[in-house]
Design a protein around this ligand. Structure first.
Ligand SMILES: Cc1cc2nc3c(=O)[nH]c(=O)nc-3n(C[C@H](O)[C@H](O)[C@H](O)COP(=O)(O)O)c2cc1C
Length: 153
C-alpha cells in the first residue's frame, strides 16, 4: 500500500471516531463536519486529503528566522512548480486541524513539535483536465491606493 494511503486510512478512521464522540476539528462544528461528509458523495470521496496521491508539508522551526513566511513561500512556490510540470496541487489546512486532535497520529509524520506547519499540499497527476482562464482583471475597489498630498505633512 502507498504510504499516503496507509496514513490517510489511519487519520481518517480516527477523525470519524472522534467526530462520533462529538470532537470536531478546530473551526468545524457538527453541522460543518456533516456538510463535509455529504460533499464526499458529490465533490470528492476524500475530503481529508482531497484524494491526493502525494503530500508535501513544508515546516520550519519556530523561534528562528521567519518560519511562517518561509513555509508559506515554500508552499506557494511548490504550487507553481507543480503547475509548470503539469501536476495538480491543492493547498490544505483542514487536515492540520484534524491532526491536531490526534497527536500520536500526527507524530507519525516525524515533524518536530516546535516546528510551524502552515499547510499541506496534495499533488499528483490531475484526474480531471481543468481549464480556467487566467483572471486578468481585478475590481478596482479591491486595490487601496494611497494618495499623499503635501498638506499631510
Ligand atoms: C490556505 C488554504 C487552505 C486550504 N485548505 C483546504 C482544505 O483543507 N481542504 C480543501 O478541500 N480545500 C482547501 N483549500 C482550497 C483548495 O486549496 C483550492 O483552493 C480550492 O479547492 C479551489 O481550487 P482551484 O483554485 O484549483 O479551483 C485551501 C486553500 C487555501 C488557500
Amino acid at each position: 500500500m502507498e504510504q499516503i494511503d496507509y496514513f490517510r486510512n489511519i487519520a481518517y478512521r480516527e477523525m470519524e471516531r472522534l467526530a462520533a464522540q462529538g470532537l470536531y476539528p478546530e473551526g468545524f462544528g457538527k453541522e460543518a463536519y456533516e456538510d463535509m461528509k455529504r460533499w464526499e458523495k458529490t465533490v470528492r470521496p476524500d475530503m481529508l486529503f482531497c484524494g491526493a496521491p502525494h503530500i508535501l508539508i513544508p515546516h520550519a522551526p519556530l523561534g528562528r528566522g521567519e518560519p511562517v513566511q518561509d513555509v508559506v513561500i515554500a508552499g506557494t512556490y511548490f504550487e507553481l512548480l507543480c503547475a509548470s510540470r503539469g501536476l495538480g496541487a491543492v493547498m490544505m489546512t483542514f487536515p492540520l486541524s484534524v491532526l491536531n486532535l490526534m497527536p500520536e497520529i500526527k507524530a507519525m509524520l516525524e515533524i518536530p513539535e516546535e516546528h510551524y506547519i502552515g499547510m499541506m499540499i496534495g499533488f499528483g497527476y490531475p484526474q480531471i483536465p481543468y481549464a480556467r482562464g487566467t483572471q486578468r482583471t481585478v475590481e478596482q475597489k479591491r486595490v487601496h491606493r494611497l494618495s499623499f498630498t503635501n498638506s499631510d505633512t
